[in-house]
Design a protein around this ligand. Structure first.
Ligand code: ATP
Ligand code: MG
Ligand code: MG
Ligand code: MG
Length: 467
């Protein structure tokens, strides 16, 4: 009897609720914190408390927080464990319980609540944090060979240059214990990090000195999709019940059977499914496609979905059909998805059809460019041409490359980069852009329809966002 994603979420929250934690519903993907574009972790909601700017209403909390990490976009579909959109389960202590309690509950959740075999768990600790090492070894009884010391880059958390900080300790699952005691946690074909415990115990001052915090905090994060992968015994996060139904739906539309597909098709199916989850949740949280900030992240995700759809042979509009699947899968945990159904579908329809027109126009222009080159017996599409297609017509460079390859041509990527850099310089000197299209969740819902649909080019934004 394998646990579903919904059951894992429910059991985790129930465990901590019974231990005095206030259950806090997921915050919006639009963070209150102005220093980040999107909600990237469960702790963000509580950051003002950790920074001492807000007094907590309760000493302990637990949540299942929807997150988006664009820094993982290149990993999507390629690693077994990374998404742009995922849910982070977390338990938090605000000056209340600390290390020993957090570790013993983390262990109990892993080994008893979710029943993971103890001998399959590996622990990482910060190498100077002897206290944590000793708790794992002496109180929990983890053998030394399965406690790994890691450096400051991996296992020390900072909120900024100054402020609260502290070591962390992670729990990894071993898929192949038969491979023995030679443990390299970087080997992701064997190990997966699923639970991170942060011990916020120091304050760093402007001179870099650490002093103990009067009020020590706990911040943790467990990837729901990762725990589902482990418990459902599937080869990657994508094949869990949280995502596989979307993959199947995409497969139906593309007439491709996921399990029988080649690696490239599988990657496209995974990317489309991952991005659709992100897209639907973003629009549900009142983010609309635009050329800056969050809106630009959304636009790029939608365009990647359409592009990968074409790569696997989908030439019709399909994103609203997938949105329906995402809503069905998510609505029991996130009822507002259904309330936002029409806004989600309208936005998708507009963006998709607009981008399809862009693509059709770009393909026509590119065909002309290729024809001319062939007549001149040339084989390289210049950086200038690629840039013009990209900048003026919104036609992605990768697509130019792909079509060029089909025609037996190559593209001048370096030339394109040079043109891009010139453009960035021009944009920096002449623009200051403000995102007016991204609305706050508190905004009046009746104004949902007002948003930019006009394509203005990518240019102003490449400097400010990386997706
Ligand atoms: P990794 O090293 O695997 O990239 P991380 O150390 O960046 O993970 P944390 O910042 O510690 O992750 O986040 C806490 C937990 O959230 C992780 O232990 C993992 O379970 C989950 N998580 C982090 N990033 C992702 C992602 N891109 N997709 C799915 N789950 C994630
Ligand atoms: Mg990471
Ligand atoms: Mg990590
Ligand atoms: Mg981590």
């Amino acid at each position: 009897q394998k646990l579903s994603g919904d059951e894992i979420r429910r059991k985790f929250l129930e465990f901590y609720r019974k231990r005095g934690h206030q259950i806090v519903t997921s915050a919006s993907l639009i963070p209150e914190d102005p220093t980040v574009l999107l909600t990237i972790a469960g702790m963000l909601t509580f950051k003002p408390i950790f920074l001492g700017q807000r007094i907590p209403e309760f000493p302990r909390a637990a949540s299942s927080q929807k997150c988006i990490r664009t820094n993982d976009i290149e990993n999507v579909g390629r690693t077994k464990r990374h998404h742009t959109f995922f849910e982070m389960l977390g338990n938090f202590s605000f000056g209340d319980y600390f290390k020993e309690q957090a570790i013993s509950w983390g262990w109990e959740v892993s080994t008893e609540l979710f029943g993971l075999p103890k001998e399959r768990l590996i622990i990482s600790v910060f190498d100077l944090d002897e206290e944590t090492y000793a708790i794992w070894r002496d109180k929990i009884g983890v053998p030394e060979k399965r406690i790994k010391r890691m450096g400051i880059n991996d296992n020390f958390w900072n909120s900024g240059v100054t402020g609260p900080c502290g070591p962390c300790s992670e729990i990894y699952y071993d898929f192949h214990p038969e491979l023995g005691d030679d443990i390299d946690l970087e080997d992701d074909s064997r190990f997966i990090e699923f639970y991170n415990l942060v011990f916020m115990e120091s304050n760093r001052d402007a001179n870099g000195n650490l002093t103990p915090l009067a009020s020590k905090n706990i911040d943790t994060g467990m990837g729901l999709e990762r725990m589902a992968q482990i418990l459902q015994q599937v080869p990657n996060n994508y094949e869990t019940d949280l995502i596989l139904p979307i993959i199947k739906k995409v497969g139906d539309i593309a007439r491709a059977d996921y399990s029988k597909s080649d690696e490239k098709t599988k990657i496209s199916l995974k990317i489309i499914s991952d991005h659709m989850r992100a897209i639907v949740h973003m629009i549900a949280d009142h983010i609309y496609a635009s050329n800056v900030g969050r809106g630009y992240v959304l636009r790029r995700l939608i365009r990647r979905v359409v592009r990968h759809g074409r790569l696997i042979g989908i030439d019709e509009e399909f994103t609203t059909k997938l949105a329906e699947n995402v809503i069905i899968l998510g609505e029991s945990a996130y009822p507002h998805l259904r309330e936002r159904e029409s806004a989600i579908k309208t936005e998708l329809q507009q963006e998709e059809s607009c981008f399809l027109k862009t693509l059709a126009r770009g393909e026509k222009i590119l065909a002309g460019v290729i024809n001319k080159l062939k007549h001149q017996d040339k084989t390289i599409i210049s950086g200038d041409e690629i840039f013009k297609l990209y900048d003026t017509y919104g036609f992605p460079k990768e697509l130019t490359q792909e079509i060029a390859e089909e025609e037996g041509l190559t593209i001048d990527s370096d030339g394109f980069t040079i043109e891009m850099q010139k453009q960035i310089k021009r944009a920096q000197s002449s623009h200051k852009t403000i995102d007016l299209t991204v609305k706050h969740p508190l905004d009046n819902k009746s104004s949902d329809h007002i948003h930019s649909t006009e394509f203005l080019g990518y240019t102003q934004t490449v400097t400010s966002v990386r997706v």
